[in-house]
Write a protein of this length. Structure first.
Length: 410
């Protein structure tokens, strides 16, 4: 178990807590190091995980590419922000020196001609910033943009390269403040688990339980809380659709995913299972025992110097469930880097890790998940998150995991 936080989500002048200035500085330093490592002097990014990591800023996300960041290995970043935000935000973020108006074609909803023209204005703005720094002939890493944007940059003579490798390398290990953000998010999520435990009972509607659990997480300090993914009874195996508004029955196995509960952008991925109204039967207990042992063995294999292949061997092959392709278990039996990304470095599964292993490093934060059950009957699910230390993997989450809890809470 990783050391618990000694503070809450509020600021204080008498205690060292999450230091956002240090976090922003250290994230930018890691990104610049990655740019130099890949010999890419500049990176153009959209999507909130990327823009927030590089600048500490937020923005409108109701459409893709509404705002974006041009980040440099040797210069201050340039933020291209959206209408409204561009006028209001600079005074609120004095650490950003360069602000520009972002160009967007709203997924080409304006029509082909207008979108092409807007794309040209977008590319011209990027070119001018690169030329001002004598980088217009250097490779530009690009992340999170559509084909029109890529074509416009190429037409302007800018050499683009895939920037995902740079971003994933920069974000693969976490600083102390990033790890503490994750700990805060998981602590707030435990309030959601407790509320769900109180409300899950025969006759409860899963969507209503989700709403009350969301409010509990907000009250505990989370600043971003999506609806929980509840699955119960016959919908609990194999994991598929959710948010059905199903009425939970006596004896149902019910599990939920609180994935995306966030604190300063760092988000959880967190599954637990309940038995409704009574002790789970022997079959369910056997499923859960197998699952806990599997995840324990996987986590024990996670340590610096080992690889994802060492951990992935503890996941069963797809053939165990009658599947022909390991891709049929993608995101079901998996370990994945978490932080601002839900799926960052490294990924642990049989589909990729045995052939393309990735090295574990201290400072990585990883969620490990699996499930057991019988289609159309029911199933159990568990997901834990760990931080990799020099001594191995240490749990970040605290909600009980060794047995299936009976709900409602007695």
């Amino acid at each position: 178990m990783a050391p618990e936080l000694t503070f809450g989500p509020l600021i204080a002048d008498w205690q060292e807590r999450i230091n956002v200035e240090r976090m922003n500085r250290e994230r930018a330093e890691k990104a610049r190091h990655a740019l130099r490592k890949f010999n890419v002097p500049a990176l153009l990014v959209a999507r909130p995980e990327n823009t927030r990591y590089l600048t500490g800023l937020r923005g409108p996300e109701f459409m893709p590419q509404l705002w974006y960041v041009l980040f440099f290995a040797e210069h201050d970043p340039v933020v291209f922000h959206h209408a409204g935000w561009i006028h209001m935000y600079p005074s609120q973020a004095p650490w950003i020196k360069h602000w520009r108006l972002a160009r967007s074609w709203l997924n080409s909803g304006c029509g082909t001609g207008a979108a092409t023209e807007e794309g040209q204005l977008f590319a011209e703005g990027i070119y001018q910033e690169l030329a001002e720094r004598k980088l217009e002939r250097e490779p530009l890493g690009v992340v999170g943009f559509d084909g029109l944007a890529q074509q416009a940059l190429t037409a302007k003579g800018i050499k683009t390269v895939d920037g995902w490798s740079v971003m994933l390398d920069a974000t693969k290990t976490k600083t102390v403040d990033e790890i503490n953000c994750l700990k805060m998010a998981y602590a707030a999520t435990d309030a959601a688990w407790h509320r769900a435990w109180e409300l899950l009972k025969p006759g409860a509607i899963d969507n209503e339980v989700s709403q009350h659990a969301m409010m509990a997480a907000y009250a505990a300090g989370a600043d971003e809380v999506p609806p929980a993914h509840f699955r119960s009874g016959p919908t609990s195996f194999d994991r598929a659709y959710e948010k059905t508004g199903r009425i939970v029955n006596y004896g149902d196995l019910t599990y939920a995913a609180f994935c995306g509960v966030g604190y300063l952008g760092y988000k959880t991925c967190y599954y637990r299972t309940f038995s409704i109204g009574r002790e789970p039967d022997r079959r369910a207990k056997d499923w859960y025992k197998v699952l806990v042992e599997r995840l324990d063995k996987t986590m024990e294999a996670i340590k610096p110097g080992s690889t994802t292949a060492d951990a992935a061997q503890h996941f069963p092959p797809a053939s165990k469930w009658g599947y022909k392709d390991e891709a049929e278990l993608l995101t079901l039996e998996i370990g994945h880097g978490i932080g601002l990304y839900h799926y960052g470095y490294p990924i642990i599964n049989r589909q990729w890790s045995l052939k393309h292993p990735q090295l574990f490093e201290a400072g990585m934060t990883i969620a490990i998940e699996g499930r057991e059950g019988e289609p159309g009957v029911g199933g159990v699910r568990l997901e834990d998150s760990v931080v990799v230390t020099e001594n191995g993997a240490e749990l970040l989450d605290h909600w009980p995991r060794e047995e299936i809890l009976v709900a409602p809470r007695g």
